[in-house]
Design a protein around this ligand. Structure first.
Ligand SMILES: Cc1cc2nc3c(=O)[nH]c(=O)nc-3n(C[C@H](O)[C@H](O)[C@H](O)COP(=O)(O)OP(=O)(O)OC[C@H]3O[C@@H](n4cnc5c(N)ncnc54)[C@H](O)[C@@H]3O)c2cc1C
Ligand code: FES
Length: 401
């Protein structure tokens, strides 16, 4: 073998070794990258993806008027339930019309007790037709749950969600303000705080019309009897003759800033408000005006209520919107409140639930284009998707719906 030939063979062997080494290193790098770049598994949040089946293992009314009914739910798969943040809600897929199982109704209900790995609880208020509108049908989802769903039935629910939850820092006293059925997330927060942070001051202001409408009366009275750090303020706007001040309620009238100022000790508090839109519209600006930092005022409206603080005015661009699945191309003229209303007005079938950016039911793949949101959504939107209920087009769009 000649010298140049030997040199060539040595160089080839070296290059081969370098190539194999580089290949292995690249393969290892790709494996590591794939591990870290994989979408965050749902298990990281201790929850599940999609729908999970729950058996109704009990139900009972919580108020004398029998308008608020609790449903106790146990997972059909028998596996332990993950923890959730007190204040979060579940999204349900209900099928009130057995003839149309493919057109379910999506509704959100707050978890009304502290997390328990065996069973959860929601509490649903029956929603009548609006006052003076007997021509309109009463609430479909709440009516179905009240009238048809019994122990033994199975309901589909998404994992707990929502950004309205109790700050776990025990150093800051919590002021929970509930109007009507807005008591549900507050009860979850209060029950959790009393079990896990018994020294933390918790002030619950609960406004209802009268004693017949007060839910969880016994539970709340027991909290007040057994937890010195729990302060209960029941405000009845129109007490019945047999509702006794001091025994059944503390204040006659509505919850307002004057009552909060009178009842709360000095110092920093975290405020949590859940109730009708009128309550949010009066209390949130009043608290901010009193000097409470915006970061200490948390609120949730049950439904598509517009939020009381000024929202960015998002007009939306005049643009074409292509709904790929339904094969429709429509001109956005800026009149619809959001893409969900726009789709529904034009007869395009889309799923929806809270209509407030919380549940994710209206999440749709954004094939191309850009949207802007009327306010920041609570729901974590998957990359390349958008929430129709809060979005308006910024450019021409192609949506998967
Ligand atoms: C995050 C979140 C948490 C929630 N938590 C709870 C909870 O813990 N407990 C609870 O009870 N609720 C809760 N809700 C509210 C709940 O999701 C439902 O919105 C509520 O039960 C009403 O639903 P429904 O199907 O009964 O009423 P819908 O059928 O949606 O009707 C709502 C109202 O519209 C009226 N209506 C019907 N047709 C028309 C029409 N053509 N024009 C005008 N009005 C009409 C109905 O009469 C009724 O008054 C929550 C909502 C959200 C977003
Ligand atoms: S309908 Fe709930 S996020 Fe849009």
């Amino acid at each position: 073998m000649t010298g140049p030939m030997l040199l060539f063979l040595i160089a080839a062997a070296l290059l081969g070794q370098i190539g194999v080494g580089a290949g292995i290193a690249f393969w290892r790098y790709q494996r590591r990258r794939a591990r870290f770049a994989a979408p965050a598994p749902v298990a990281l949040r201790g929850a599940w993806a999609g729908w999970r089946q729950f058996r109704v293992v009990g139900r009972q009314y919580e108020d004398a008027a029998k308008s608020q009914c609790s449903f106790h739910l146990a997972p059909l798969d028998g596996k332990p339930l993950p923890p959730y943040k007190p204040g979060q809600f579940l999204t349900f897929r209900l099928t009130p019309d057995p003839a149309a199982p493919d057109r379910p109704l999506v509704r959100c209900y707050s978890l009304s007790d502290q997390p328990d790995p065996a069973r959860w609880r929601i509490t649903v208020k029956r929603v009548p037709a609006p006052a003076g509108r007997a021509d309109l049908p009463p609430g479909v989802g709440s009516g179905y749950l009240h009238d048809w769903v019994q122990a033994g039935d199975v309901l589909d629910a998404r994992a707990p969600a929502g950004g309205f939850w109790l700050d776990p820092d025990p150093a800051t006293p919590a002021v929970l303000i509930a109007g009507g059925i807005g008591i549900t997330p507050m009860l979850s927060m209060a029950a959790w705080a009393l079990s896990h942070q018994p020294d933390r001051a918790v002030h619950l202001f609960y406004g209802v019309r009268d004693g017949a409408e007060l839910a969880f009366g016994e539970t709340l009275a027991a909290f007040a009897r057994t937890h010195p750090a729990f302060h209960l303020h029941r405000a009845f706007s129109r007490p019945r003759p047999d509702d006794l001040p001091g025994r059944d309620f503390e204040t006659e009238g509505r919850i307002d800033l004057a009552l909060l100022k009178k009842s709360l000790p000095h110092g920093r508090h975290q405020f949590y408000i859940c109730g009708p839109q009128t309550m949010l519209e009066s209390l949130v600006p009043a608290l901010l005006g009193w000097g409470v930092p915006a970061g200490d005022v948390h609120y949730e409206a049950f439904g598509p209520a517009s939020l009381p603080t000024p929202q960015a005015e998002v007009a939306g661009a005049l643009a074409e919107v292509h709904f790929a699945r339904s094969g429709r191309v429509l001109a956005w003229d800026g009149r619809a409140a959001n893409l969900l209303d726009f789709a529904e007005t034009h007869g395009i079938a889309t799923e929806s639930g809270c209509r407030a950016g919380s549940c994710g039911a209206c999440e749709t793949r954004l094939v191309s284009g850009e949207v802007a949101y009327t306010h920041p959504p609570d729901h974590d939107i998957a990359p390349g998707h958008c929430l129709l209920c809060l979005a308006k087009p910024v450019t021409a769009l192609e949506l998967e719906a």
